[in-house]
Structures are given as C-alpha cells and as structure tokens.
Design a binder for this molecule. Structure first.
Ligand code: ADP
Ligand code: MN
Ligand code: MN
Ligand code: MN
Ligand code: MN
Length: 369
C-alpha cells in the first residue's frame, strides 16, 4: 500500500479516526487545546495538553502554560519562552466529550501582553464602559480557497460568471463549499459560541457568518474562537480560509471581505434610542483616521485595497453615515430608524481585523473619548 499517497488514504483513515474518537471518554482526564493569536495578529496557533481531574469548570482550574515564541513571530530565539493564560473555555467540537478549547492571552516573561495581544487593553475598556451594557455583533466575511489560494468554484483559467447570482444563492453553479459552512455552524453551536447566522456572499466562494450579540469582551473571545473552528473545519475538507479583505484574484469587479461590526448600548436599545445612536456619530467621526489604522492588522494598508467607495464600501479617507446606506462608514439599518431604537453598523473593519481592537475602538469613540 506504500504507493498510496496521503489524500487517497484519507477515506480509510476516517474510519480509523471515527473508531478512536468514538471510544468512551477517559474517566478522569480530558484534553485542553490552548488557542492563541500569533505574531501576525491575524493567524491562530494551538496546542493540546492533558488535564487531570475531569472537565475544568472555569479558567481558574486551568494551568498557565508556555510556548516557543520564536516560532510564532513573537520572541527571539535566545529569550523565546512566552506564557499562555487561559481566558475563555469552549467545548471542543472536534474531540467531543468533555474536551475543551481554551482561548488564551499570550504574555511575555513578565506576564504582560505580547505586541499582538490586544485583549488585555480591550478588557480594561469594556470594564470601564460595562454600565452601558455594550452589545456587539460581527459579520465575518471570508473566502474559501484551495491550498494554492484559488477560490473554490472558480475556473482555473478565466473568471466565473459576474456577481449577482451568488449572494444567498442556491445551486451547484452558485454555492461553493456549503459543507464547510454547515459543519462550521454546527461546530460553533456545540462549542457554545454565540453564532447568529450564516449566508453565501456576493463573490463566488465567499461566505459570511455572524457572531453575536455578545456583551463586552465576549465579542472578541467568541469571534476568535469561531475563526479557529472555521480554519480547523476547512482543514478537514482540504481547503483553506482566506480572511484577506481583497485577495489578488478578486481585484477586478468583485466584492471584497469585511467584518461589519454592529453596536448598541442599553440606551440605544431602549425606546427613543435613535437619538443616542445619532449622537454616537460625533465620536466615531472624531476617531475615524485612528480607527482606520486599527481595523486591519497592517495599520490600515489591507483595508485600502477594499474601501474604494465601490462594491458596497465607503472610501477609506472620509467618514460618512446614513440610514440603509451601504456606501457609508456607518449605516443605521432602516428598521432601526423606523422603530426609533436599536443599533448601528460600523462597515469599516476589514475581514482580517482583530475584534478586540475594533470593539475597544468603538466603545472608546462612543463612550469614553
Ligand atoms: P446585515 O443586514 O448587515 O447583513 P446581518 O444579519 O448579517 O446584518 O448581521 C446582523 C448582526 O447584528 C448580527 O451579528 C447580530 O448579532 C447583530 N445585532 C443585532 N442586534 C444588535 C444590537 N442591538 N446590538 C448589537 N448588535 C446587534
Ligand atoms: Mn518541544
Ligand atoms: Mn451580513
Ligand atoms: Mn456581508
Ligand atoms: Mn452588514
């Protein structure tokens, strides 16, 4: 059988995996997969360890762990040990049973956040504005691609039929990769992630899921873990997830990918809250250029390729808002304007944004600065 390559052995391997993962859970031990953001501020890493004494109930039951930061773009080889501090627990939909996924803070030798760990600062801000009960919902757009970065469903030469039929599309000529989407949705529900919905997007091979509503720091924890699960699900199908806001192959007349961030406070959600929503625009306008630098992991450079003023986007250098307008920085959904309360949608964040940075920026702009 040595002539069989890995791909052709996979169907056989699947039965083997099913057998071993189907064995009864160990009576006293579980596996905890620690997940953290690496030095790119965009990619995730994980590693797994055994925990004794049953399923941990809270992060306080989990040990601080370490890793080699020189292999993740987070430290020099001569001083490479970094720490992982557990901050949120989810059920592990891959291993099942009482195994868990653990979102972690990456910290240096003084237990201070690493350069791409923006959770600690976000948590401070969320604590400061906690009395306003800030709710978030984020719409994660992404493209499913082959390992050679070619979008799923696209011909190897030339282009697919122009956009129009793909958004929420049904049928083998317009929906590419639904098995990934459905598996991810179920996996998120199992994990305990607050997933709101999912839909096919405007560009072929492009999809969206929404996380929310989440209060405060939970928004970042849930979206990062939902992304982790998406990468893992795609891995099982032999495809990859691109969070690039405008992959090169889509530079023509194709919509890019964003991460619209919906936001409200208790005051905005209560009757008459539209006034508070409109007042929020002043703060959001004031911090526009600072926000644009924080809304992608490359200081705003990634988003410049996407926010062109075309393809349902606003221009990157000008702040604007409007009711039901998808060519604005901030949109007030029509229903919100009609009901006189609800939430606003910040359409600027890039698909590869850090939700800790984005939610902190919005909370600060509207409630603190
Ligand atoms: P769109 O019409 O922009 O495509 P979606 O249906 O994709 O919107 O997503 C709506 C998002 O708004 C969800 O993530 C949901 O959690 C969020 N959301 C709904 N109500 C609120 C609210 N009051 N405050 C904050 N976010 C909200
Ligand atoms: Mn080792
Ligand atoms: Mn949406
Ligand atoms: Mn969308
Ligand atoms: Mn939206």
């Amino acid at each position: 059988m040595s002539h069989l390559n890995y791909e052709t052995r996979l169907p056989l391997g699947q039965a083997t995996i099913d057998h071993f993962l189907g064995l009864p859970a160990h009576p006293t031990k579980c596996q905890a997969t620690y997940v953290w953001i690496d030095g790119t501020g965009e990619q995730l890493r994980s590693k797994t360890r055994t925990i004794d004494g049953g399923a941990p109930k809270s992060v306080d039951d989990l040990p601080i762990w370490n890793y080699d930061g020189s292999s993740t773009g987070q430290a020099d080889g001569i001083d490479s040990d970094l720490y992982l501090r557990p901050v949120a627990i989810f059920r592990d939909p891959f291993l099942g049973g009482h195994n868990i996924l653990v979102m972690c803070d990456a910290c240096n030798h003084e237990m201070k956040p690493t350069a791409t760990n923006h959770r600690a600062r976000c948590l401070e801000i969320m604590n400061e504005v906690g009395h306003t009960h800030p709710w978030f919902g984020m719409e994660q757009e992404y493209l499913i691609v082959d390992r050679d970065e070619h979008p799923l469903g696209w011909p190897k030469h030339g282009y697919p039929a122009p956009q129009g039929k793909y958004y929420c599309g049904v049928g083998a000529d317009r929906a590419f990769g639904r098995e990934v989407v459905e598996t991810h949705y179920r996996a998120c529900l199992h994990a305990g992630i607050t997933i709101f919905g999912a839909n096919a997007e405007v560009t072929p091979g492009q999809w969206e899921f929404q996380i929310g509503t989440c209060e405060g720091i939970q928004m970042g924890d849930h979206l990062w873990m939902a992304r982790y699960i998406l990468h893992r699900v795609a891995e099982q199908f032999g495809v990859c997830i691109s969070l690039d806001p405008k992959p090169k192959v889509t530079m023509g007349d194709w919509n890019g990918a964003g991460c619209h961030t919906n936001f409200s406070t208790e005051e905005m959600r209560a009757p008459g809250g539209l006034d508070a929503i409109k007042q929020a625009m002043t703060g959001l306008e004031r911090t526009h250029s600072e926000a644009m630098k924080k809304y992608d992991p490359n200081g705003g450079m990634d988003n410049l390729r996407r926010l062109t003023g075309r393809h349902e986007t606003s221009s990157a250098d000008k702040f604007s808002w409007g009711v039901a307008n998808r060519a604005c920085s901030i949109r007030i959904p029509r229903q919100v304007a009609e009901e006189g309360c609800g939430y606003l949608e910040d359409r600027r964040p890039s698909s590869n944004c850090d939700p800790y940075l984005v939610t902190a920026m919005i909370a600060q702009s509207v409630l603190l600065l």
